[in-house]
Ligand binder design. Structure first.
Ligand code: AMP
Length: 577
């Protein structure tokens, strides 16, 4: 067996190592159930070398013996002090690479001496050379250095046919990069890149920390900024709250004994809504969108030239990121691959391509449909009671659970109807209702009573929908089976065809009729559509019925379909004469 080439994402905050084995991409665990190695090295009290989590943990207590974010210094000729010795940035990076090499060797039970390593697209020659040297110090021949957006594109799209333009939006903990790439087979060309070296999810945490600090000052008259321990605790709690807000409409920061105030312990209990949080981080997201437009301009392209938006980096799990990208670019971004791991996966795919192994993009279990509910909102500028509110978007990996808050609309309202839909249309009534239930017995209060609705899909394709009155915890729910398959061939296509026919786009009509029937059917439906526009009420009802009958017959034996087509043809003949 030839020696495996490993793929390494050598990140500013975290690093990962992956491999393609038997055509499948695997991110190698660095410890049980953990695939991410913090890019931190340090010297322990006993003089031993620490790499990863252990080094990260000692950073607060021993910053002078710990080094973080060395990637920011690659290519510089600066000594990096760690303990009582100076090191080059390459040597520090080599310590991380050596650990990853050992992890891969333990996993594969064989020596590893070759790697593909990723770097940001904007890295200069000197920075790339330094990365190569780091590999060599670690005993790795760097068979290729590839750009991070190239790796991400390979993870998503390797093996696809034809050419595509993709936007790779990479928002990590401390850096933001956006690249426009051209994909052709397994060849990825970066057309333009832009970004901000000091923007990322850590800034989002900071906003929450500041918010909590202000709250404590206002509520208790205490300035916690003076206490390093209290600030460290707030920092951790803020990141946890941020992560909760990616899936939930509210997060509670609860820290007992945060600080002492006039000899008494101060307990912090602060709830943050997703709405408040989104307002805090909006300027950051806007800055990333500005950078995106700059990258597009740099590539000489416009929004309409882009076929795919691919999400990379842990902070892209923030729903506002995908929402704002979709709003401004008119394309639903893809985020089905783990955004922390897809660069390492792409590096492994590149390694396999170099070895001539058969590879394809990474496959994950996703929901092929969008699920959501309806609410009063504005549709086409008018208030409308059945606006579709998607909770789980198609292509989301399963299992998944997402919650949203809704509010009662009138005073004294004690019940709310919850409709569950599958579809994409902003008008819920054009989607397929797959269930409904009533939450009743709500407390009598003024309008605006928050109701938290949760949609969860498990690995068996069971959708569990529940609604809870936030103030009381009163909850009702339903369970719908087989949501990932049940409407695949019948209702969904039918509904789509119905709508398309009425709007004059027959391309998506699918049937199992013979080609001859198919052609005839298309021509007839086109004609029916034309006549429907000028038909009187009675004729149009007949016509809609005849169209429906044809649609219903599509999956029936040929004979029945023939009959339905003939009936529709007769009706059209009658209407024309
Ligand atoms: P990366 O540098 O790509 O590993 O991304 C790390 C950043 O992603 C950190 O700021 C994390 O707090 C953030 N992050 C991780 N998970 C989530 C999540 N579910 N929602 C929002 N941010 C997240």
């Amino acid at each position: 067996m030839s020696e495996s080439i490993i793929g390494i994402d050598l990140g500013t905050t975290n690093s990962e190592v992956a491999i393609v084995k038997d055509g499948r991409v695997t991110v190698i665990p660095v410890s049980e159930g953990v695939s991410i190695l913090p890019s931190v090295v340090g010297i322990a009290d006993d003089g031993s070398l620490l790499v990863g989590e252990a080094a990260k943990n000692q950073y607060v207590l021993r910053p002078e013996r710990t080094v973080r974010s060395i990637k920011r210094h690659m290519g510089e000729f600066v000594p990096v002090k760690m303990g009582d010795k100076d090191y080059s940035p390459q040597e520090i990076s080599a310590m991380i690479l050596l650990r990853l090499k050992k992890i891969a060797e333990d996993y594969l039970q064989q020596p590893v001496s070759k790697a593909v390593i990723t770097v940001p697209a904007y890295f200069s020659d000197a920075q790339r050379q330094a990365t190569r040297e780091a590999g060599e110090i670690a005993g790795l021949t760097v068979v290729r250095i590839i750009n991070e957006p190239t790796a991400a594109a390979l993870a998503y799209e390797s093996g696809h046919i034809g050419a595509k333009k993709a936007l790779i939006y990479d928002l990590g903990g401390g850096t933001f990069d956006v690249s426009v790439v051209n994909l052709e087979g397994d060849v990825v060309e970066v057309l333009a890149s832009h970004g901000d070296n000091h923007l990322g999810g850590d800034d989002f945490d900071q906003k929450i920390v500041n918010h909590a600090v202000q709250h404590i000052l206002k509520q208790h008259g205490v300035d916690v900024k003076g206490s390093a321990t209290a600030m460290a605790r707030l920092q951790r709690a803020a990141e946890a709250a941020k992560i909760t807000l990616s899936d939930q409409p509210y997060a509670l920061i609860s820290e007992e004994y945060l600080i002492e105030n006039n000899g008494l312990p101060l307990h912090l209990s602060l709830e943050i809504s997703r709405e408040e949080y989104q307002e805090m981080i909006m300027p950051f997201i806007d800055a990333t969108l500005d950078a995106t437009h700059i990258a597009l301009a740099g590539a000489g392209l416009t929004v309409s030239d882009i076929d795919e938006i691919l999400l990379v980096g842990g902070a892209t799990r923030t729903p506002l990121v995908a929402n704002r990208l979709e709003q401004t670019l008119g394309l639903q971004p893809r985020g089905e691959l783990n955004p922390d791991l897809c660069v390492a996966m792409g590096a492994a795919i590149q390694a396999a391509i170099i070895q001539g192994a058969k590879t394809s993009s990474v496959l994950v279990d996703v929901t092929p449909y969008t699920f959501g509910t309806s609410a009063i909102a504005f549709l086409n500028g008018e208030e409308y009671p059945y606006c579709f509110v998607p909770l789980i978007r198609k292509n989301t990996p399963i299992p998944v659970s997402k919650s949203e808050v809704f509010f009662t609309t009138h005073d004294g309202q004690t019940k709310v109807d919850i409709d569950v839909y599958q579809g994409e249309d902003p008008d819920a009534l054009n989607n397929i209702e797959i269930g409904r239930f009533l939450i009743e017995g709500l407390r009598k209060t003024s309008s605006g009573n928050p109701i938290v609705t949760t949609f969860a899909i498990d690995v068996d394709g069971i959708l569990h929908v529940s609604s809870r009155e936030k103030a009381t915890g009163l909850e009702h729910s339903i369970t719908i089976n087989n949501v990932l398959t049940r409407f695949e061939n019948d209702k969904l296509d039918e509904a789509r065809a119905r709508i398309n026919t009425l709007f004059g786009e027959q391309d998506s009509v699918q049937d199992n009729a013979s080609n001859q029937n198919k052609e005839e059917l298309t021509a007839l439906l086109e004609k029916a559509d034309r006549l429907l526009k000028n038909a009187g009420p009675e004729d149009s009802a007949d016509l809609v019925n005849a169209i429906e009958a044809v649609k219903d017959a599509r999956d029936q034996p040929e004979q029945l379909l023939r009959q339905a087509i003939d009936d529709l043809a007769d009706l059209l003949y009658y209407m024309e004469t």
